[in-house]
Write a protein that binds this ligand. Structure first.
Ligand SMILES: *Cc1c(COP(=O)(O)O)cnc(C)c1O
Length: 514
C-alpha cells in the first residue's frame, strides 16, 4: 500500500493497469445502476446501523489498502445508500436520475479530472466542451444564442441564484449611480457599505412571490439580507404577482430592487407569471425603475423543452417571455438527469458576472495572451476557481438524446403527474392542492409535481411517513396554507407512466385503507 502512494508518478503500464481495474469496477457499478432498483427506496435500519458501526473512529496510521477499502465501501457503505436517483419511484424534493450517457461521461470526468477554470485552448478541449454544452442547453431552452450564450455551470440552483442576485446587485447600483449622475458604483470593487453610502440608499430588496429558500439564502450570503426578500403577491394567491404592489416597491427611492420570478414553485410546480404579457410588464417595470429581473427556473425552466401541442398549452404559458429576463438560474441535476452536482447560470449581460467574480490582478490566470479569448475563463464568471468538469455529463446527455429525447422524458413525467392528480381528485379521501374547481383545469395546470393531502386530519398528520414506510415509493412532506401536505415530484428519466401509476395508486389506496 505505502508503495502504491509513495511513487511520485505512475509509469504508463501502471496507468493501463489502473485504467483496466477501474474499467472493470466501472462495469460492475454500471450494472448495479442499470438494473431496475429492487430493494426498498430507503435502506433498512439494520443496514444504516451496520454502516455507521463500520465507520472508523479516527484515522489509522496504516491505510488498509485499495482492495480492502473497495470491499469496505461496497459491502458496508453502499447498502446504506438510498435509491433516490436510481429508482423512478423516489418522488422527494426534485431529484432527477442519471441517464446512461451522463453516467458514462461522469466516470470520465473523475478519471481524467480536468480542471475547467482557465481557457487554455492549447492545453485541453475542456473549456470548449463546457462552452459548447452551455450553447446546447440554450438551444434546448429555446433561447437565442446571440443573447443567452453567456454564463456558466455551477454546483446547483442555489449557487446559480447567488450568481443571479450578485449580478443583479452589481447592476442595480451601477444604474442607480448613472441615474443620479454619480460616479459608477460597484459592490465588488468598493464594497456594499461604500456603494450604498455614495448613492444615499438604505438597501437592496428582492421582490418575489413564494421564492425558493435558496433565493432567500442567497440574499443572506450577499449582504442583501433575508429580511429584504419581500412578497409582492396577490392577497388570495401567494404565487401570483400583484403588479401594483410591485410598482410601489420599485418606486421607493431609498431602495434598489431585484425582481425574482419563481419559474416553477417547488411545492406545487406552478408558475408565477401567467403569460408573455405579464413578463413584458415585469420587463417594462424593471427598465423603468432600474431593477434586475432574475428567474429562478431550477426545474420549471425546462417546461420550455415541450412542443406546442395543446396538451401542454396551459403550462407553457408559465414559461413564456423568460427570454426577457436578465438572468436565469437552473438545475441540471434535476430534470436533465445528470449526476450531482450540476446547475447552470445564464445571463443576458455578458460582462456582468465578470464584474463580480473576476480574479483581479492574477496574471498567471489570464489564459491565452494574444488578444481576447474567444471563450471567457470560467473562473472569472462564478464562485470557484478550480472546477469540476461537470459540463461533460450535460454535453453527453444532450448529444445522446437530443431535443426529442428530453421532450419525451418530460412528457412521460407530466402525464404521470396528471394521471395521479386526476386519480386523487376523484378520490373521496384525498385533496389535490392548490384546490381546483374542475378536473380538467387541474390536469391542464399540472406540470411534474403533485401536491396533496388527506382529508382526515388524523391520517394527514402521518401521511408522508405512512407512504414512505412502505418503501415502495417516497414522497416529501411539506405544508400548504398551514396544513401538512405531501408532494410527489416526478423527474426521473426511468418513468413508466402506466407501471408507476399502478404502483403509486396502490400505495395511496393501501394507506387510506389502513
Ligand atoms: C431545487 C431548487 C433550487 C435549489 O437548487 P439546488 O440544486 O438544490 O441548489 C432553487 N430553486 C428552485 C425553484 C428549486 O426547485
Amino acid at each position: 500500500m505505502s508503495d502504491e502512494i509513495a511513487r511520485p508518478y505512475m509509469e504508463p503500464k501502471d496507468i493501463t493497469a489502473t485504467a483496466k481495474s477501474q474499467a472493470s469496477l466501472q462495469q460492475q457499478l454500471w450494472e448495479v445502476t442499470q438494473t431496475p432498483w429492487k430493494s426498498g427506496i430507503l435502506p433498512s435500519a439494520d443496514k444504516l446501523t451496520r454502516a455507521r458501526a463500520n465507520l472508523p473512529p479516527s484515522l489509522a496510521n496504516e491505510g488498509m489498502g485499495f482492495e480492502a477499502t473497495k470491499q469496505h465501501i461496497l459491502n458496508d457503505i453502499v447498502p446504506a445508500f438510498n435509491g433516490s436517483s436510481i429508482s423512478p419511484n423516489y418522488y422527494g424534493f426534485v431529484t432527477g436520475g442519471v441517464t446512461p450517457a451522463a453516467l458514462f461521461a461522469d466516470h470520465l470526468v473523475s478519471s481524467y479530472d480536468q480542471n475547467v477554470q482557465v481557457h487554455l485552448p492549447e492545453h485541453s478541449i475542456s473549456t470548449d466542451v463546457e462552452s459548447n454544452a452551455l450553447g446546447l442547453l440554450v438551444d434546448l431552452l429555446h433561447l437565442e444564442r446571440a443573447d443567452w450564450h453567456n454564463g456558466t455551470f455551477t454546483t446547483g440552483g442555489s449557487a446559480s441564484n447567488i450568481l443571479g442576485l450578485a449580478c443583479g446587485r452589481e447592476y442595480v447600483l451601477r444604474i442607480a449611480a448613472g441615474k443620479s449622475g454619480l460616479d459608477e458604483q460597484s459592490v465588488a470593487e468598493y464594497g456594499l457599505f461604500e456603494a450604498m453610502q455614495a448613492l444615499g440608499i438604505s438597501g437592496i430588496q428582492v421582490l418575489s412571490t413564494l421564492p425558493h429558500s435558496s433565493l432567500v439564502k442567497a440574499a443572506g450570503v450577499l449582504g442583501i439580507g433575508r429580511a429584504n426578500v419581500k412578497a409582492v403577491c396577490q392577497a388570495n394567491s401567494p404565487l401570483l404577482f400583484d403588479l401594483e404592489k410591485l410598482e410601489l416597491e420599485l418606486a421607493r427611492s431609498e431602495k434598489a430592487s431585484i425582481v425574482a420570478v419563481s419559474c416553477g414553485e417547488v411545492n406545487t410546480g406552478r408558475f408565477a407569471t401567467a403569460d408573455i404579457d405579464e413578463m413584458r410588464e415585469l420587463r417594462r417595470l424593471c427598465d423603468k425603475y432600474g431593477a434586475w429581473l432574475h428567474v429562478d427556473g431550477a426545474f420549471g425552466i425546462f417546461n420550455r423543452v415541450l412542443d406546442d401541442s395543446p396538451e401542454f398549452a396551459t403550462i407553457k404559458k408559465g414559461v413564456e417571455g423568460m427570454e426577457l429576463a436578465d438572468s436565469i438560474a437552473g438545475d441540471a441535476h434535476k430534470f436533465l438527469n445528470v449526476p450531482y452536482d450540476c446547475g447552470f447560470f445564464l445571463c443576458r449581460h455578458p460582462d456582468e458576472a465578470n464584474k463580480v467574480f473576476q480574479n483581479a490582478n492574477a496574471a498567471y490566470l489570464t489564459g491565452n495572451r494574444d488578444g481576447s479569448p474567444s471563450i471567457p475563463s470560467p473562473l472569472n464568471i462564478g464562485v470557484e476557481n478550480s472546477r469540476r468538469f461537470r459540463a461533460l455529463p450535460v454535453y453527453a446527455s444532450l448529444v445522446a438524446y437530443g431535443r426529442t429525447g428530453y421532450q419525451a422524458m418530460l412528457q412521460k413525467q407530466i402525464r404521470l403527474a396528471r394521471m395521479i392528480s386526476g386519480w386523487l381528485f376523484d378520490h373521496s379521501e384525498y385533496n389535490v392542492l392548490p384546490e381546483a374547481t374542475s378536473k380538467e383545469e387541474l390536469m391542464d395546470q399540472t406540470f411534474m409535481i403533485v401536491l396533496f393531502s388527506a382529508k382526515q386530519d388524523r391520517l394527514n398528520r402521518s401521511l408522508a411517513s405512512k407512504i414512505n414506510e412502505t418503501s415502495k415509493m417516497f414522497v416529501s412532506g411539506t405544508s400548504w396554507q398551514g396544513r401538512q401536505a405531501c408532494r410527489i415530484a416526478i423527474s426521473n428519466w426511468r418513468v413508466n407512466e402506466n407501471k408507476d401509476f399502478e404502483l403509486v395508486t396502490s400505495v395511496l389506496r393501501s394507506v387510506v385503507e389502513g
